[in-house]
Write a protein that binds this ligand. Sequence first.
Ligand SMILES: Nc1ncnc2c1ncn2[C@@H]1O[C@H](COP(=O)(O)OP(=O)(O)OP(=O)(O)O)[C@@H](O)[C@H]1O
Length: 275
Amino acid sequence: MSLEVEGLTIEIQGRRVVDGVSFTVPDGARVGLIGESGSGKSLTALAVLGLLPDGASASGSIRWNGRELIGLSDRELARLRGDEIGIVFQEPRTALNPIRTVGRQIAESVRIHEKASKRDAAARAVAEASRVALPDPERIVSRYPHQLSGGQRQRVAIAMALACRPRLLIADEPTTALDVTIQADILRLLLTLVRDDGMSLVFITHDLAVLSQIATHGVVLEDGRVVEDAPVSTLLTAPSSPVTRGLLRDATATLWRPGPGAPGPVGGDPVGGAA
Ligand SMILES: Nc1ncnc2c1ncn2[C@@H]1O[C@H](COP(=O)(O)OP(=O)(O)OP(=O)(O)O)[C@@H](O)[C@H]1O
Protein backbone atom coordinates (compact mmCIF):
# COMPACT_ATOMS: atom_id res chain seq x y z
CA MET A 1 0.00 0.00 0.00
CA SER A 2 1.65 3.20 -1.07
CA LEU A 3 0.97 6.85 -0.37
CA GLU A 4 1.26 9.21 -3.33
CA VAL A 5 1.02 12.92 -2.73
CA GLU A 6 0.95 15.01 -5.89
CA GLY A 7 0.80 18.77 -6.19
CA LEU A 8 -0.70 19.15 -2.72
CA THR A 9 -1.63 22.77 -2.14
CA ILE A 10 -3.17 24.05 1.08
CA GLU A 11 -4.63 27.50 1.55
CA ILE A 12 -5.70 29.06 4.81
CA GLN A 13 -7.67 32.30 4.64
CA GLY A 14 -6.35 32.96 1.16
CA ARG A 15 -2.74 32.31 2.17
CA ARG A 16 -0.96 29.47 0.38
CA VAL A 17 0.88 27.61 3.15
CA VAL A 18 1.63 24.38 1.25
CA ASP A 19 2.44 24.85 -2.40
CA GLY A 20 2.52 21.94 -4.85
CA VAL A 21 4.08 19.34 -2.55
CA SER A 22 4.70 15.94 -4.13
CA PHE A 23 6.28 12.83 -2.64
CA THR A 24 5.72 9.09 -2.51
CA VAL A 25 5.91 6.61 0.33
CA PRO A 26 6.22 3.15 -1.20
CA ASP A 27 4.83 0.16 0.69
CA GLY A 28 6.87 -0.42 3.84
CA ALA A 29 9.09 2.64 3.29
CA ARG A 30 10.12 5.07 6.03
CA VAL A 31 10.03 8.64 4.76
CA GLY A 32 10.76 11.79 6.72
CA LEU A 33 9.23 15.22 6.17
CA ILE A 34 11.81 17.68 7.41
CA GLY A 35 12.10 21.44 7.53
CA GLU A 36 12.18 24.47 9.78
CA SER A 37 9.20 25.53 11.84
CA GLY A 38 6.37 26.78 9.63
CA SER A 39 7.60 25.00 6.48
CA GLY A 40 4.33 23.06 6.13
CA LYS A 41 5.21 19.63 7.53
CA SER A 42 2.29 19.29 9.94
CA LEU A 43 -0.33 20.62 7.55
CA THR A 44 0.87 18.18 4.89
CA ALA A 45 0.44 15.30 7.36
CA LEU A 46 -2.92 16.58 8.58
CA ALA A 47 -4.14 16.76 4.97
CA VAL A 48 -3.31 13.06 4.53
CA LEU A 49 -5.35 12.31 7.64
CA GLY A 50 -8.24 14.56 6.64
CA LEU A 51 -7.68 16.62 9.78
CA LEU A 52 -6.94 20.08 8.39
CA PRO A 53 -8.05 22.97 10.62
CA ASP A 54 -11.29 24.82 9.87
CA GLY A 55 -10.84 27.32 7.10
CA ALA A 56 -8.07 25.34 5.38
CA SER A 57 -8.64 23.87 1.93
CA ALA A 58 -6.55 21.30 0.11
CA SER A 59 -6.19 20.69 -3.61
CA GLY A 60 -4.02 18.37 -5.65
CA SER A 61 -4.01 14.67 -5.01
CA ILE A 62 -3.38 12.34 -2.07
CA ARG A 63 -3.72 8.70 -3.08
CA TRP A 64 -3.58 5.92 -0.52
CA ASN A 65 -3.52 2.45 -2.00
CA GLY A 66 -4.72 4.02 -5.26
CA ARG A 67 -7.70 5.71 -3.61
CA GLU A 68 -8.04 9.49 -3.72
CA LEU A 69 -8.36 10.92 -0.20
CA ILE A 70 -9.03 14.56 -1.06
CA GLY A 71 -12.80 14.92 -1.16
CA LEU A 72 -13.56 11.79 0.89
CA SER A 73 -16.37 12.26 3.41
CA ASP A 74 -15.51 12.82 7.08
CA ARG A 75 -16.98 9.41 7.82
CA GLU A 76 -14.78 7.63 5.30
CA LEU A 77 -11.73 9.50 6.51
CA ALA A 78 -12.52 8.62 10.14
CA ARG A 79 -12.77 4.96 9.15
CA LEU A 80 -9.45 5.15 7.36
CA ARG A 81 -7.83 6.64 10.47
CA GLY A 82 -9.24 3.87 12.63
CA ASP A 83 -8.35 1.06 10.27
CA GLU A 84 -5.42 1.86 8.04
CA ILE A 85 -3.62 5.02 9.09
CA GLY A 86 -2.34 5.62 12.62
CA ILE A 87 -1.04 8.88 14.04
CA VAL A 88 1.21 9.86 16.90
CA PHE A 89 1.52 13.54 17.81
CA GLN A 90 4.22 15.49 19.58
CA GLU A 91 2.48 15.92 22.91
CA PRO A 92 1.00 12.69 24.31
CA ARG A 93 -0.81 14.63 27.03
CA THR A 94 -3.18 16.12 24.46
CA ALA A 95 -3.77 12.75 22.79
CA LEU A 96 -4.85 11.16 26.07
CA ASN A 97 -7.99 11.68 28.08
CA PRO A 98 -6.91 12.73 31.59
CA ILE A 99 -9.91 11.17 33.34
CA ARG A 100 -9.74 7.70 31.83
CA THR A 101 -7.30 4.94 32.69
CA VAL A 102 -4.73 4.27 30.00
CA GLY A 103 -5.99 0.68 29.73
CA ARG A 104 -9.47 1.88 28.92
CA GLN A 105 -8.12 4.24 26.27
CA ILE A 106 -6.06 1.54 24.59
CA ALA A 107 -9.06 -0.83 24.80
CA GLU A 108 -11.23 1.79 23.08
CA SER A 109 -8.73 1.98 20.21
CA VAL A 110 -8.95 -1.80 19.90
CA ARG A 111 -12.74 -1.64 19.88
CA ILE A 112 -12.82 1.02 17.17
CA HIS A 113 -11.01 -1.40 14.91
CA GLU A 114 -12.36 -4.77 16.02
CA LYS A 115 -15.75 -5.74 17.33
CA ALA A 116 -14.15 -7.12 20.47
CA SER A 117 -16.13 -7.53 23.70
CA LYS A 118 -15.20 -5.15 26.51
CA ARG A 119 -13.46 -8.00 28.30
CA ASP A 120 -11.43 -9.08 25.27
CA ALA A 121 -10.50 -5.46 24.57
CA ALA A 122 -9.31 -5.04 28.17
CA ALA A 123 -7.11 -8.11 27.80
CA ARG A 124 -5.80 -6.77 24.50
CA ALA A 125 -4.98 -3.46 26.22
CA VAL A 126 -2.56 -5.32 28.48
CA ALA A 127 -1.00 -7.05 25.47
CA GLU A 128 -0.69 -3.75 23.61
CA ALA A 129 0.86 -2.09 26.67
CA SER A 130 3.38 -4.88 26.79
CA ARG A 131 4.09 -4.52 23.07
CA VAL A 132 5.21 -0.92 23.60
CA ALA A 133 7.35 -2.06 26.53
CA LEU A 134 5.43 -0.30 29.27
CA PRO A 135 6.63 -1.65 32.61
CA ASP A 136 4.32 -3.96 34.54
CA PRO A 137 1.57 -3.82 31.88
CA GLU A 138 -1.03 -5.63 34.02
CA ARG A 139 -0.89 -2.84 36.58
CA ILE A 140 -0.10 0.15 34.43
CA VAL A 141 -3.37 -0.21 32.50
CA SER A 142 -5.31 0.84 35.59
CA ARG A 143 -3.38 4.09 35.93
CA TYR A 144 -4.31 7.55 34.72
CA PRO A 145 -2.16 9.56 32.29
CA HIS A 146 -0.91 11.96 34.98
CA GLN A 147 0.49 9.02 36.95
CA LEU A 148 2.83 8.14 34.07
CA SER A 149 6.07 9.75 32.93
CA GLY A 150 6.17 11.67 29.63
CA GLY A 151 7.91 8.76 27.90
CA GLN A 152 5.35 6.29 29.24
CA ARG A 153 2.51 8.50 28.06
CA GLN A 154 4.01 8.57 24.58
CA ARG A 155 4.22 4.76 24.69
CA VAL A 156 0.49 4.69 25.50
CA ALA A 157 -0.21 7.03 22.57
CA ILE A 158 1.83 4.73 20.32
CA ALA A 159 -0.07 1.68 21.60
CA MET A 160 -3.35 3.45 20.78
CA ALA A 161 -2.15 4.43 17.30
CA LEU A 162 -0.99 0.91 16.54
CA ALA A 163 -3.90 -0.98 18.14
CA CYS A 164 -5.66 -1.01 14.76
CA ARG A 165 -2.52 -2.42 13.11
CA PRO A 166 -2.36 0.43 10.57
CA ARG A 167 -0.48 0.01 7.34
CA LEU A 168 0.76 3.60 7.54
CA LEU A 169 1.91 5.44 10.64
CA ILE A 170 2.23 9.21 10.64
CA ALA A 171 4.38 10.45 13.51
CA ASP A 172 4.53 14.25 13.95
CA GLU A 173 7.59 15.15 16.07
CA PRO A 174 6.79 12.29 18.47
CA THR A 175 9.96 12.74 20.53
CA THR A 176 10.32 16.53 20.56
CA ALA A 177 8.48 17.08 23.86
CA LEU A 178 10.48 14.39 25.69
CA ASP A 179 13.72 14.46 27.65
CA VAL A 180 16.71 13.80 25.42
CA THR A 181 17.47 10.47 27.11
CA ILE A 182 13.91 9.25 26.51
CA GLN A 183 13.82 10.44 22.90
CA ALA A 184 16.23 7.75 21.75
CA ASP A 185 14.24 5.00 23.52
CA ILE A 186 11.00 6.09 21.87
CA LEU A 187 12.65 6.31 18.46
CA ARG A 188 14.04 2.80 18.83
CA LEU A 189 10.64 1.51 19.89
CA LEU A 190 8.95 3.12 16.88
CA LEU A 191 11.56 1.79 14.49
CA THR A 192 11.23 -1.73 15.90
CA LEU A 193 7.43 -1.72 15.72
CA VAL A 194 7.34 -0.24 12.23
CA ARG A 195 9.92 -2.70 10.92
CA ASP A 196 8.36 -5.73 12.62
CA ASP A 197 4.94 -4.95 11.16
CA GLY A 198 6.23 -3.87 7.74
CA MET A 199 4.31 -0.60 8.16
CA SER A 200 4.98 2.47 6.06
CA LEU A 201 6.07 5.51 8.04
CA VAL A 202 5.84 9.26 7.52
CA PHE A 203 7.98 10.84 10.20
CA ILE A 204 7.95 14.60 10.78
CA THR A 205 10.88 16.34 12.37
CA HIS A 206 13.03 19.46 12.19
CA ASP A 207 16.07 17.44 13.27
CA LEU A 208 18.15 15.67 10.63
CA ALA A 209 19.91 13.61 13.32
CA VAL A 210 16.58 12.21 14.46
CA LEU A 211 15.48 11.65 10.87
CA SER A 212 18.65 9.72 10.10
CA GLN A 213 17.84 7.22 12.83
CA ILE A 214 14.40 6.26 11.65
CA ALA A 215 13.86 7.11 7.96
CA THR A 216 15.64 6.00 4.84
CA HIS A 217 14.34 8.84 2.70
CA GLY A 218 13.81 12.53 3.39
CA VAL A 219 11.59 15.19 1.83
CA VAL A 220 12.89 18.64 2.74
CA LEU A 221 10.33 21.47 2.91
CA GLU A 222 10.83 25.22 2.92
CA ASP A 223 7.96 27.73 2.89
CA GLY A 224 5.50 25.05 1.84
CA ARG A 225 7.58 23.74 -1.07
CA VAL A 226 9.75 20.66 -1.53
CA VAL A 227 13.36 21.78 -1.95
CA GLU A 228 15.00 18.36 -1.83
CA ASP A 229 13.81 14.75 -1.97
CA ALA A 230 16.57 12.21 -1.49
CA PRO A 231 17.82 9.17 0.44
CA VAL A 232 18.81 10.18 3.96
CA SER A 233 22.39 9.12 3.23
CA THR A 234 22.49 11.76 0.45
CA LEU A 235 21.01 14.44 2.71
CA LEU A 236 23.75 13.68 5.23
CA THR A 237 26.70 13.49 2.88
CA ALA A 238 25.83 15.57 -0.18
CA PRO A 239 22.91 17.90 0.57
CA SER A 240 21.99 19.91 -2.51
CA SER A 241 19.89 22.70 -0.99
CA PRO A 242 20.94 25.46 1.43
CA VAL A 243 18.05 24.44 3.69
CA THR A 244 19.36 20.89 4.04
CA ARG A 245 22.88 22.17 4.64
CA GLY A 246 21.50 24.33 7.45
CA LEU A 247 19.62 21.39 8.94
CA LEU A 248 22.79 19.32 8.79
CA ARG A 249 24.70 22.00 10.72
CA ASP A 250 21.97 22.08 13.36
CA ALA A 251 21.63 18.32 13.66
CA THR A 252 21.94 17.20 17.22
CA ALA A 253 24.54 14.51 16.82
CA THR A 254 24.89 14.29 20.57
CA LEU A 255 21.40 12.87 20.99
CA TRP A 256 22.63 9.31 20.82
CA ARG A 257 23.93 7.54 23.86
CA PRO A 258 26.57 4.99 23.03
CA GLY A 259 25.79 1.43 23.96
CA PRO A 260 25.54 -2.06 22.55
CA GLY A 261 23.41 -2.05 19.44
CA ALA A 262 22.84 1.69 19.72
CA PRO A 263 22.47 3.60 16.49
CA GLY A 264 25.41 5.67 15.42
CA PRO A 265 25.63 9.44 15.22
CA VAL A 266 24.80 11.48 12.17
CA GLY A 267 26.68 10.23 9.16
CA GLY A 268 26.45 6.60 10.20
CA ASP A 269 24.24 3.89 8.82
CA PRO A 270 20.80 5.55 8.57
CA VAL A 271 19.01 2.73 10.30
CA GLY A 272 21.88 1.73 12.54
CA GLY A 273 21.39 -1.21 14.83
CA ALA A 274 18.36 0.33 16.38
CA ALA A 275 16.15 -2.75 16.33
N1 LIG B 1 -4.69 26.81 11.91
C1 LIG B 1 -3.91 27.63 11.21
N2 LIG B 1 -4.34 28.87 10.84
C2 LIG B 1 -3.56 29.72 10.14
N3 LIG B 1 -2.32 29.42 9.73
C3 LIG B 1 -1.82 28.21 10.04
C4 LIG B 1 -2.59 27.25 10.80
N4 LIG B 1 -1.83 26.13 10.95
C5 LIG B 1 -0.65 26.39 10.35
N5 LIG B 1 -0.65 27.63 9.78
C6 LIG B 1 0.46 28.24 9.03
O1 LIG B 1 0.84 27.36 7.98
C7 LIG B 1 2.24 27.32 7.82
C8 LIG B 1 2.73 25.88 7.91
O2 LIG B 1 2.42 25.37 9.21
P1 LIG B 1 2.82 23.89 9.67
O3 LIG B 1 2.27 23.74 11.05
O4 LIG B 1 2.42 22.90 8.66
O5 LIG B 1 4.40 24.00 9.73
P2 LIG B 1 5.44 22.97 10.37
O6 LIG B 1 6.53 22.84 9.39
O7 LIG B 1 4.75 21.74 10.79
O8 LIG B 1 5.95 23.79 11.62
P3 LIG B 1 6.20 23.32 13.13
O9 LIG B 1 7.46 22.52 13.11
O10 LIG B 1 6.35 24.62 13.87
O11 LIG B 1 4.98 22.54 13.55
C9 LIG B 1 2.80 28.23 8.90
O12 LIG B 1 3.10 29.46 8.32
C10 LIG B 1 1.69 28.36 9.90
O13 LIG B 1 1.75 29.60 10.53
